[in-house]
Ligand binder design. Structure first.
Ligand code: MN
Length: 278
């Protein structure tokens, strides 16, 4: 039995299935963690969501920004973007069942000596604290007032964590860190403006996993979201979004050995045409 983590699929169902065959994934025996962003921008979001729903006993996921966007749009609380490819889910006969299931998925996981989150963690957060904060969002999303949560989710502010934050501001910082963040300032302020390669970043920004005094250091965090970073494996962070959608690859990480297997992918999206959309 093996547990694998696979990076952002974003509707690339064929490549997802090819990668499962390449790692000889056995659904009756092996476990699968997915870093989120199952859907959007790629060609077969509905097929990905159906497969994960059907294999939910073997698969654990964390929600990504595109998954949350899908939920908001499906409730009429988010605007459909020009390059969104989630219409097939919104129009599917089983769409409601799939969306209700997706809405009850976690923002963060811990197990097998790892934590997993779609984007990142703020330096003030220990793993235990981050799990509690993720639960606040999960309770909002799974509870009866989830439409209130989705209606207040969008926005880049506040940019900084404080234990005193309440209501929509508090939930937004948690969601933005865990599903959208790449860089922070050295004192831990979220910067959502720069989305490129780490070496091209302005001098005042550092990748979230290199911020000083990270209270979650010591537990390796598996994440996705940052395709321009590529596969980045070090002691404390295992970032595995290798840009399947953009003609990069789809990557699987075996948790016990930290071996990776990557499958080259055709480009469904032009990087140059949509730089801000990553
Ligand atoms: Mn993402």
């Amino acid at each position: 039995m093996a547990i694998y983590a696979i990076g952002d699929i974003q509707g690339c169902f064929v490549q997802f299935q090819q990668l499962l065959r390449k790692i000889d994934f056995n659904p009756g025996k092996d476990g699968l963690w997915l870093t989120g962003d199952l859907v959007n921008r790629g060609p077969q979001s509905l097929e990905v969501l159906r497969w994960v729903y059907q294999h939910q006993d073997q698969v654990e996921i964390v929600l990504g920004n595109h998954d949350l966007h899908l939920l908001a749009v499906s409730e009429g609380l988010g605007k459909l973007h020009r390059d969104d490819t989630i219409h097939d889910i919104l129009n599917a006969a089983d769409g409601k069942v799939l969306l209700d299931w997706l809405r009850c998925q976690p923002l963060m996981l811990e197990g097998h000596g790892y934590a997993m989150v779609h984007a990142g963690l703020l330096p003030e957060w220990s793993i235990a604290k981050a799990l509690r904060l993720a639960e606040e969002v999960e309770d909002g999303l799974a509870g009866p007032y989830y439409r209130d949560f989705l209606s207040r989710m969008y926005g880049n502010k506040p940019t900084r964590w404080s234990d005193d934050l309440k209501g929509g501001d508090r939930l937004r910082v948690i969601v933005n860190a865990m599903t959208r963040m790449r860089f922070v300032t050295r004192d831990g302020e979220i910067d959502l403006g720069f989305k490129g390669e780490r070496d091209a970043a302005p001098a005042h920004l550092v990748p979230w996993f290199e911020a000083p005094n990270r209270r979650h250091a010591g537990t390796p965090v598996i994440c996705g979201h940052w395709s321009a970073l590529g596969v980045h494996l070090d002691e404390d962070v295992l970032s595995i979004d290798s840009g399947c959608l953009w003609g990069g690859s789809l990557t699987a990480l075996r948790l016990d050995s930290r071996e990776t297997v990557s499958l080259p992918c055709p480009a469904f999206r032009e990087v140059a045409a949509q730089p801000a959309a990553r």
